[in-house]
Design a protein around this ligand. Structure first.
Ligand code: GLN
Length: 293
């Protein structure tokens, strides 16, 4: 990029205009505002309140660097290091997937299966930034939640988020899916589910996200298959809920039913696409009933 700000870029409004002119066609004004607010260490409302204030040189240099990186396609969440999910302000790094709005459907369905005021044991497999585990912990303080990931880098981010949000009912474990886990009554997961040859992996934000958190074999089903196969050892009676690709509903339902889960059903995300499938595992013990709800 030719990084020379135009003459009026000395002010907040000028810096925003300059950047908006350079930043693609997604929502350039919003992106410019998010990045400038980040560089100034202020909320976005500050930019609207003080358009004529000068941007001091160090902040302007940081801003120019981030605008240049954004022009190369880096996701906004990695540039600011933050992403909001379920109204939680989360740290994210390139060690974790960026939490997606459609994953809030997974949280909603898990909450629908998690009675309040019951001390249930919940596992969030492949927690990444901790988004799902921390959202559940916020809504169900009585539950004990174990958030797992195979990636130490991801667990470090989840640990930071747990600390910042002071959600002490979450503990972290470095595991390979269900290995070593026992006695859970609800298992929730947003595993990798993109096919390795899917061209989406080479577009947009996905290019910058950890491949290990996105891709799962030729059909994108390798990890979901493993989780379903290993589930009996780690669960008492209770619910498994998994996010999946929008065309994978039928096969995930078949896999769950073939493994002996009951009341298997798929729920749409906000865009109306099949996104979350749940099933009840008829193990021993457990505190959550089956049923279609
Ligand atoms: N929802 C992500 C995407 O396709 C994939 C996330 C995942 O594999 N768990 O953009």
């Amino acid at each position: 990029m030719t990084g020379r700000p135009s003459a009026d870029a000395g002010s907040i409004a000028g810096a925003l205009r300059w950047a908006a002119g350079l930043l693609g066609d997604d929502d350039p004004r919003l992106e410019a505002a998010v990045l400038l607010a980040h560089c100034l260490g202020r909320p976005r409302s500050h930019l609207m309140a003080w358009p004529d204030r000068p941007v001091e040189q160090a902040a302007r240099r940081r801003f120019e660097t981030l605008v240049a990186r954004r022009r190369r396609g880096e996701p906004i969440a990695y540039l600011t290091g933050r992403r909001e999910f379920w109204s939680l302000d989360l740290a994210v790094t390139t060690a974790t997937l960026i939490p997606r709005p459609e994953t809030e459907t997974l949280v909603e369905r898990a909450l629908a299966r998690l009675p309040a005021a019951v001390p249930l044991r919940v596992a969030d497999l492949g927690t990444g930034s901790g988004a799902v585990a921390l959202a559940l912990a916020r809504e169900r303080p009585e539950a004990t939640i174990v958030a797992t990931d195979i990636s130490a880098g991801a667990l470090a981010v989840a640990a930071r988020n747990r600390r910042e949000l002071a959600l002490d009912n979450v503990s972290l474990a470095q595991t390979d899916w269900c290995r070593g886990l026992r006695g859970f009554q609800l298992v929730v997961t947003n595993p990798p589910y993109v096919a390795v040859a899917d061209p989406h992996l080479r577009r947009g934000d996905l290019r910058f996200e950890p491949a290990g958190a996105l891709a799962a074999g030729a059909e994108g089903l390798d990890d979901i298959r493993r989780i379903i196969a290993d589930l009996p050892a780690c669960m008492e009676a209770g619910w498994l809920l998994t996010e999946h690709g929008h065309t994978q509903g039928p096969v995930v339902r078949r896999l769950m039913e073939a493994a002996g889960l009951r009341d298997v059903a798929t729920h749409p995300d906000l865009g109306g696409r099949e996104r979350v499938t749940e099933g009840w595992w008829p193990g021993t013990g457990g505190l959550i009933p089956p049923g279609n709800g």
